[in-house]
Design a protein around this ligand. Sequence first.
Ligand code: SF4
Ligand code: SF4
Length: 475
Amino acid sequence: MFERIYPSKVILPMKMHYGVPAVPAVKVGDYVRMGQCVGVPEKGSFSVPVHSGISGKVTDISEIRLPNGILTPAVTIKNDMKRTRLDSVRPRSGFKLSATEAIGVIRDAGICGMGGEGIPTAAKLRRARTEVVRDFLVNCLQSEPYSTSDLVAITEYPDYVVLGASACARAVGASRCIFLISENRREQRKALANSIAKIKDDFKDLEFDIKLFRERFPQGYYRLVARALYGKNLAVGETIEKACSAVVFNCSTMLACWEALSDNIPMMSRIVSVTGDASGGHNMLVPIGTPVSELLTNAQDIKNGSDRIVWGNCLTGIDIKDPDNTPVVKTTSVISVVRRQEVPRTPCIHCGLCSECCPMNLSPNTIFEMLNQGLRQKAAEEGARDCIACGSCSYVCPAGINLTTAIASFAGEGRIIEINSLLDNSGAEERPLDDLKPAYVGEASLLEDYSDGEEDKSKSSPDSITLPFEKDKEV
Ligand code: SF4
Ligand code: SF4
């Protein structure tokens, strides 16, 4: 279950994804409707467009700094609460798309990974297609403490998650579609299994499976998945596509893909958990760009003004200083509300806890020391580039040492090399940007309460959509 939030405004950063910021496509005073594209990528850039999830007037376009330090232009829209949507975009009925067209729809809908760094989904799909992957993996694990937004997405919209994954699997030419989920998540497992049973006849060339994982943190990161499923330790810069013939996508991203493919809904809202040891646990469906303060106002149990408000999960997230001007972005799956527990900083006592908890079998204290002494080569030899920035070592350290920041930023340099391999396949040149549809919006389930309700809802039903995609059509 989730609550729906209708914010008084949205602040839409032009950079919520991995890549180059989009460029504002509106000006102050413009009237914007739900689903309207308000930011477009510059021609040829590795980027995604940005859409509005509310209707109202543009009141400001200026640079803002996000908690992660990114300085980006942002478009602020004041909500007129009318939820007027663009009627030029309609749910598809009886559609048939080629793989290239399907990926193009996903690109134009502004979809990026919702569970991590916000890698443009279309670029990742294109790379998977180029690599001819066998396995299309859907990460339904959501192992971060307290976060349940992905699980709610599965519980509420299992058909959309499964259809999105199946369609994308077919678009990249995979032969297996595998859902990865914790063994404890019985309700979600059942929901996925039911949905798979409903649609599998439409995807006869796809083999479906659900793989169960132990409940622990971290779990879904692609390098851990490569090790758990294929017994492969990926080298720095090595992709799971090449090494394991597999690609991993987050389940909420798959839901967003199906909304775009079936109902022409762009990425303009998402489910966010507002939770932590200082909050009972909420899930809210919000337009992207909703200020964090408006989420907190709706979480009635948050009373203690001295709690930490964290953009992201409590292990790796960043403290929010100004909730009024900090928006939910496309990758915000959780706002954590946690009690302040400052651990006094002391020298390392060599307790070994950081090594014990590291999922990549590193010795964080040793690496930290090496990096402090400028011994970068030695740190690399010690495996520092394998760090997946899970935050566990800092969390357990009784000496209050922030191991993660130093190690993860060193490892991040290697990660950039790996992500940059997407650039070769970004396909920005495939279709001129003039062809970008002005917006995507429809009447699918996630947004039914945000719309003005004039559409025939039966058109949005997955049952009414003709499948499949023509997976073999040449680009
Ligand atoms: S957990 Fe902290 S105190 Fe213990 S070995 Fe690691 S760095 Fe040292
Ligand atoms: S953040 Fe710490 S525990 Fe997590 S992978 Fe990196 S070194 Fe290991």
